[in-house]
Design a protein around this ligand. Sequence first.
Ligand code: ADP
Ligand code: MG
Length: 722
Amino acid sequence: MKGPPLKPTPIPRGVSLDSPVDRLRGVDAKLSGKLLKLDVATIRDLLYLLPRRHNDFSNFASISELVVGEEQTIVATVWEAREKTLGQKGRLKATEAVVSDETGNIRVVWIGQPYVARVLKPNSRVALSGKVEAYRGQLQFQSPEFEILDKQESLIHTGRLVPVYPGTEGLTPRRLRSIIWQALEQWVPRMEDFIPEDLRKRAKLAPLPEAILQGHYPDDLISLERARKRLAFDEFFLIQMAVLKRRRSWRDAAEGISVQANPKVRDGFIASLPFSLTDAQERCLWEILADMARGTPSMNRLLQGEVGSGKTVVALAGLLEAVASGYQGSIMVPTEVLAEQHFATVSRLLGGLARPLREENLITVYLDSLPRPISVGLLTGSTRAALKRELQQRVSEGTLDIAIGTHALIQEGVEFPRLALAVVDEQHRFGVMQRAALRQRSGTTPHLLVMSATPIPRTLALTIYGDLDVSTIDQLPPGRQQVLTRNVPPERRDAAYGFVRKEVRNGRQAFVICPLIEESDAVEARAATEEYERLSTEVFPDLRLGLLHGRMTPGEKEEVMGRFRNGDTDILVSTAVVEVGIDIPNATVMVVEGAHRFGLSQLHQFRGRVGRGENKSYCLLLSDYSTPEAKERLSAVERIHDGFQLAEVDLSLRGPGDYFGTRQSGLPALRVARLSDHDLLKSAREEAAMLLQDDPDLRKPHHESLAREVARFLDRVRAEVS
Ligand code: ADP
Ligand code: MG
């Protein structure tokens, strides 16, 4: 096998890869605790604790060849090494040594590491790796990595590509490297490859033991990439196995409901709208109706499209079909505000039909094509208790046709006897497991339509939503315009306010979004109130401001939004939680405070609130945060106006873990794979499908270790999600 030589080591009886790390030499309870902070509990975890990067110390030099500023390695003999105190009051302890080779000698200091003096014995041979600097006209090594030769066969701290692991307090890189090396020596030769040989060859993958060893201690960058590719394949492959198995079991399990589309209902609804559907909307609607007509297996579909692309209309058309066939439907969302907005949108969209009757949290409309009226109810946590009971009762009796609400809907045990279509909005806040719970509600499985306004790059969609079919509304309704976006540095804040004032003078309106505060709704509401007061008294005392936050009652919110819609408010100050999904064609400026705290996709969504009328619109990103990363991210929003492209950028800058928050995505953190590994994902997906085709339950003898690995993976997912 390639890689640094591994000294053959015996293993104590009863120790396996899944034994706790304290079974390794020199790992005590205290150290175990520190490793746990790095999510390492077992020896296997330790082997998978892959370095963040490598230091290239493979460039050997003799002392006379050393150059200032470059990473170099020397092999030398210790002349002397002693402890020293530095600093004004002699508080800083250090080691100072002189080492030599046949070409000369050089001074070495280790600041803050007096123990090194005790380790480096005169006349011993050492390798030193690091940068050389000039000090008082002489070259010296400053705190280099060191390694005493002839103690072990392989260099692990110097002289090669040396792993740099994620740090944790009280655990030096050196100590961590030694422990991991011990685990590698013991276990790499004993590791089983769970990927079947033929697959491994077909996909041109490195064997697992080699990949693990090279992932830590690569011979060169090519071997490192080969190792990374193998380990990334494994991650994708296991996810795909899990996802495809689940998809299969759903397909085999419950019976779906066949909803035959009624063209009169659909055409009547579409004709009642003040616009015609875009081609993309029509295509997505057809895909949904075809799934619903099929019945079994029931639909399991993601409907994605940017804010304003018209998802709600499409979902509503589907719901009306379900209702026309005598079934019920629901729209479930993560927050109350979103539920209210959906209710308002649906009410408005149904407004074109004959004689809508509006009551509190309830709207009833007559369709020409149906003998009975259709009722739509709103059910949230803050719905009056009596009204809530009444609506819930109507749901369980089957007399409420469409229920819109928060997940209180599922959690409070409301029975949905005739639920045929469940629409879930803003999926990423739900997650795979909740989705499963939703599907297990009743005997037959309702059709599931997941709507997401966050454009999800295809790789991620396949990874997280691998069990869903995908429909994409990739076209905005005509007349939407590009919103000119600019980053505003702190010193230009007044200019930004001046710009808002100018727009308002010209009769336009503006939004101001307050910074995201994750602590609680209450804290965020308070901060928004303060910002509102500041803007009202100090900045815009002569203008009319409104305030919107998550702690207001639905009535208060409706009133505030109503005033803004009617043009009685010039500037609406709002928290980020309030996703103002209302159409205000007269609003032309979106100001986002603390812009660096938001995800790029979220900023893109805020921006989508303006530019809906005929006037040129603007988005101003205010931020006092000027790290290069923050600048790069925000400048991407200035440049890129395509939500999908922006999502890709966001993903590559932040990494998938942060993208949705792993917990919420119901996906284990990807440790090695990158979402830009399209080809690898594709091959993993195809191989997983082929393998399951051949051996659906992984019963064949040569799939035994794979079956164990899949089981282990599922345990990990469950542990991370729960
Ligand atoms: P999404 O849920 O994707 O954010 P909505 O369904 O809420 O989008 O639609 C956003 C706005 O665009 C709504 O006011 C809706 O009435 C309007 N709309 C939807 N489809 C069209 C269309 N094809 N043409 C014009 N306006 C549309
Ligand atoms: Mg919407």
